[in-house]
Design a protein around this ligand. Structure first.
Ligand SMILES: [Zn+2]
Length: 318
């Protein structure tokens, strides 16, 4: 993008952000109820949403994280971004993260994978993702023994968690296409954090199943035959797409896995820090209205996550 386009995009994000707070309030009744964090031996799985597609899963014995994007680089630093260790440590402490078994990146754009290797380093986790994600880790000095490159269909077991990677697609966009083919040296321009491979990630634990769709894209039939009780559905950019695209996206993801509940994610303005209440990005209302209509038609519950709160996303499902 040209500099002027960055500036215009930034203004748009902030202008819409300041109006958007009321938008979130409009959907208060859809919030997932707060739960206590799962303890060992309770046969529960609890999830904490930390903005964009960052999700912390805990069954009381094992904890895993999707993405782990916590630095939330301000827009002014888009061209010279790097993980901020102080911010990362502060937020990991607030979330009560000690040891993590794995950090799995949905794809390698900055708003997903910038911090994944540092989170792995701080928590002892394995970094799971595409070769591009691995090269972000290598550039940040993560040991090769803590990196696992995954491909379509790969499943990994951590305690009672089974994490399966399924090839998906990104929301159609020209941003940061391609692969990261060698260790990435930081700081980097945001566009150097290229997509790599986009995955749908299926998390299963003792009969419960959760699909994490980090980006509002879909490809062929990779999800056919897969089931998920709950879909954490990426909505970034969805509000700006055509109604026919939104409907195909819903069918390709939510209907294919026969989900009973959808939890929209990736709706917040990720240029703002996690210290303040999340502010919806432009298009939030439009994507929510579309999802609510699809949910009504197909009898799928739509529930919004609240940042920093433990929730039990499968609670009450038959
Ligand atoms: Zn992306």
């Amino acid at each position: 993008m040209k500099p002027l386009r960055y500036i215009l995009l930034g203004l748009l994000v902030f202008a819409a952000g300041s109006l958007g707070a009321a938008g979130l309030d409009d959907y208060k009744s859809l919030r997932l109820p707060e739960a206590t964090r799962a303890a060992a031996g309770t046969n529960r799985v609890t999830v904490m949403f930390l903005g964009v597609a960052t999700l912390l899963f805990d069954d009381g014995e094992t904890a895993i994280m999707i993405d782990g994007y916590l630095t939330r680089v301000p827009f002014a630093k888009f061209k010279v971004m790097a993980p901020d260790d102080a911010v990362l440590k502060k937020h990991l402490a607030r979330a009560g993260v000690g040891k993590l078994a794995a950090v799995a990146a949905v794809h390698s754009h900055f708003d997903h994978a910038l911090d994944s290797p540092r989170v792995a380093q701080f928590t002892g986790a394995m970094l799971l993702g595409s070769e591009s994600t691995a090269n972000i880790g290598r550039g940040q000095g993560l040991a090769e023994s803590q990196i696992k490159v995954v491909k379509n269909g790969d499943s990994l077991l951590y305690g009672k968690f089974k994490i399966t990677f399924l090839t998906s697609a990104h929301l159609p966009s020209k941003f940061g296409l391609g692969q990261i083919t060698e260790p990435l040296q930081f700081p980097v321009h945001g566009e150097a954090m290229k997509l790599g491979e986009a995955f749908s990630i299926l998390v299963e634990n003792e009969g419960r199943s959760y699909l994490i769709q980090g980006s509002a894209g879909f490809s062929g039939s990779e999800l056919t035959g897969r089931k998920a009780d709950v879909v954490f559905l990426g909505t970034g950019g969805l509000g700006a797409t055509a109604a026919s695209y939104q409907s195909r996206y819903w069918d390709a993801i939510v209907k294919t896995v026969s989900a009973k509940r959808v939890v929209p994610i990736h709706w917040d303005n990720f240029y703002l820090p996690l210290d303040v209440d999340l502010v919806p990005a432009p298009g939030f209302d439009k994507s929510m209205d579309a999802l609510i209509a699809f949910g009504k038609k197909d009898e799928v519950e739509i529930r919004l996550p609240v940042e920093w709160q433990w929730t039990e996303p499968t609670l009450g499902l038959k």
